[in-house]
Write a protein that binds this ligand. Structure first.
Ligand SMILES: [Zn+2]
Ligand SMILES: [Zn+2]
Length: 264
């Protein structure tokens, strides 16, 4: 009865030798839900022994390259594995021309259909459900239209409480967010900058460590996971330690981490 999160990328705009841009895969009872798809996602799939054929749906937060540059390769590979099932990609409206470019340039022989489901809500709304999960999306506060996702386990009967996960990247802090991710077992919240760079965070519509920690505390989350680290910062310890001054259960994610959600 797995409910497991694989971290495929924790860098922000610039990739490093050991950090890719944003991507995560949530595995629920053998099904994979891909969340963002930065460059290098395919290689991380290989390294982490994730299956391309088990991807049920893709959730893209926004159209900044560090969250989507890996998608074309991913779609092509799924086709090489002869996927036949249509694939839903949940993404903002500005994904439409990107998909159109891909399909017309490289996707003429794609073995499956890609269905773009447009995200345009201004408060949380259910966008997807199957036997394993229910997913809702909600707006974030970024330079471009950007959305967060909340995953709730379904179909486990009375065996245990439903497990839940919320993904919030990229965003500046705003008051409604903690209510929208209230009570999740694990909250991923970007923490691009340590507090020292607060002015940069405001300028680029990102969060600091303390913004992320405050959101987790206000939401009563079980754990806070942070990532999307700025390339300006060399001392990586500072991200987690700053968060812990506000929220003890804070963890700095690294590429290839696997986070297991224990049954309650
Ligand atoms: Zn980003
Ligand atoms: Zn962004």
């Amino acid at each position: 009865m797995d409910f497991t999160l694989s971290i495929l990328g924790t860098a922000s705009a610039l990739p490093f030798s050991d950090r890719n841009p944003s991507a995560q895969a949530l595995s629920v009872r053998g099904r994979l839900y891909l969340i963002d798809c930065g460059e290098g996602t395919q290689q991380r799939f290989r390294q982490m022994h994730l299956s391309f054929v088990k991807v049920n749906a893709i959730f893209l937060s926004h159209m900044h390259g560090d969250h989507v540059f890996g998608l074309f390769g991913m779609l092509s590979t799924m086709s090489l594995y002869h996927r036949l099932e249509p694939l839903k990609v949940f993404a903002p409206a500005d994904f439409a021309p990107v998909l159109e470019f891909f399909l017309s340039s490289f996707g003429r022989d794609l073995s499956f259909e890609v269905e773009h489901v447009v995200l345009d809500m201004d408060e949380p709304r259910e966008i997807y459900s199957d036997k394993c999960v229910r997913v809702s999306a909600f707006p974030l506060n970024h330079k471009l239209p950007c959305f967060g996702f909340r995953f709730e386990e379904t179909g486990m009967g009375k065996k245990h409480e439903p497990r839940s996960y919320a993904y919030c990247s990229d965003t500046a802090p705003f008051p409604e967010l903690s209510g929208w991710v209230k009570g999740v077992d694990v909250l991923y919240h970007e923490a691009t900058y340590p507090v020292e760079y607060e002015a940069k965070a405001r300028q680029y519509f990102h969060s600091t460590t303390l913004d992320a920690a405050r959101c987790a505390a206000d939401a009563g989350a079980g754990k806070l996971l942070i990532g999307h680290y700025s390339s300006r910062v060399r001392d990586m310890e500072i991200f987690q330690s700053e968060c812990r001054t506000i929220f003890a259960e804070s963890y700095a994610a690294n590429d290839c981490d696997v986070i297991d959600f224990p049954v309650k």
